[in-house]
Design a binder for this molecule. Structure first.
Ligand SMILES: Cc1ncc(COP(=O)(O)O)c(C=O)c1O
Length: 406
């Protein structure tokens, strides 16, 4: 049976959308040429509140309180935002998440720390379809420490399965580095099940949550996760280059030894001690001065997510995903497109990717015609669905334009 893909149905879905009012909380897109923004999973749209708070922080906290603001507000900000993010999106009790650096740097720190917690083990496991930064860092850390990379040969679209992880992880494995939601296809990995399996073999898991945080609920404490990292500029709308976050389970913190031992992670930051002594708790994950202006966007993004609720966000992401699949089946599959994302709702994250032999050229044409999507090599068009900003009519308009230009 073919699904109803009419404009009326899109209108009904928009009218029934509990999260639709949140759209008014974002900076309107002034460019009249933009038909649909389906790239919020690369760069989320800015919040009006962030623009206001940035002005206020520059004028008041920075402009008027000057350096006193470090003590009054800023020094504790990475941990305070981390705690809020932990509660709202990560299923993490306070004191385990902190905002810092970029995802790449956070990955470097956590992988190094994980490996150091498993002395005598000489392998790091990751998969061939993982995001480039993850693979590159695993390779360079292995080279730095004289370890071996054990690759899981993952399907570039379907990702890896738990059985493949089970095969790769053994008594030589120190750390396993995997993404929770695949950046190409949005396939969701079984974070809890795989973490359990990794632990059974005595290793530690580092999860990359870039494509899950703010889009699907993550339950790190319940899964007994060890370490996780993620970015804030996608579904958390924190802004280009906004800082990332890392999570270190409380039980690992006393022994968490990360390699970038800067003064902000030292026990007494202003003690000017002769030698590095790590701070107790999650603060030891920090290195240098926190990026205050970038953190404003994180703070506002997390606050908005708290208001919307991750459960409602996930429910809308699922509904938007189904809508894209209905439209793709009706309009694009007959034109030679294939669906590269899982069809099962519980296996698909916050985007849908369609493949087409001419995807690269078509992507450029789509962007020219106001449908902002991502091209992912070799032939994927990634349609990002951001529940706080994306509408059902907007998605239908985008799909109509894809059909027209294909
Ligand atoms: C899955 C994944 N991991 C890591 C990164 C890299 O993040 P960063 O540029 O903050 O280091 C990205 C960036 O898009 C990503 O999508």
């Amino acid at each position: 049976m073919t699904a109803d893909v009419s404009a009326e149905r899109a209108g009904r879905l928009d009218a029934a959308d509990e999260l639709a009012p949140f759209r008014a909380r974002f900076v309107p897109i002034a460019d009249p040429g933009v038909v649909a923004y389906l790239d919020g999973n690369s760069l989320g749209r800015p919040l009006l509140a962030t623009a206001e708070r940035l002005q206020e922080v520059v004028a008041q906290e920075w402009g008027s309180r000057l350096i006193r603001s470090w003590d009054e507000h800023w020094l504790t900000l990475p941990g305070r935002i981390g705690d809020h993010l932990g509660r709202v999106a990560l299923g993490a009790a306070p004191g385990q998440a902190i905002v810092a650096d970029s995802t790449s740097v956070c990955l470097y720190k956590t992988i190094r720390a994980a490996v150091a917690l498993r002395p005598g083990r000489d392998e790091i496991v990751t998969d061939t379809a993982n995001f480039p930064t993850d693979r590159f860092l695993v390779e360079s850390i292995a080279a730095e420490l004289g370890l071996t990379v054990r690759w899981i040969d993952a399907d570039p679209w379907d990702g890896f399965g738990a059985e493949q992880v089970a095969e790769a992880v053994g008594e030589r494995t120190a750390a396993v580095v995997l993404s929770h939601v695949d950046y190409r296809s949005a396939a969701i990995a079984d974070l809890a099940g795989i973490t359990r399996l990794v632990h059974e073999r005595g290793a530690l898991a580092v999860w990359d949550l870039c494509h899950s945080v703010g889009s699907i609920p993550v339950e790190l404490d319940a899964a007994e996760a060890d370490f996780a990292v993620g970015c804030t500029y996608k579904f958390l709308n924190a802004g280009p280059g906004a800082p990332a976050f890392l999570y270190v389970a409380a039980r690992h913190q006393d022994a968490f030894a990360q390699p970038i031992t800067g003064w902000m992670g030292a026990a007494d930051t202003f003690g000017m001690a002769a030698h590095y002594e790590p701070a107790p708790g999650i603060r030891r994950a920090l290195s240098g001065t926190p990026p205050v202006l970038g953190m404003v966007g994180v703070q506002e993004g997390v606050a908005l997510l708290a208001e919307a609720g991750i459960t409602r966000v996930r429910a809308k992401a699922v509904a938007l995903g189904r809508w894209v699949l209905d439209l793709a089946d009706a309009w694009l599959v007959p034109l030679g497109f294939t669906i590269a994302s899982p069809r099962e709702d519980d296996r698909r994250g916050g985007h849908v990717t369609v493949r087409h032999p001419d995807a690269e050229r078509l992507s450029a044409r789509l962007i020219e015609h106001g449908v902002i999507i991502d091209f992912r090599r070799p032939d994927g068009i990634r349609l990002g669905l951001s529940p706080l900003t994306t509408g059902f009519t907007e998605v239908r308009d985008a799909m109509a334009r894809i059909r027209e230009l294909a």
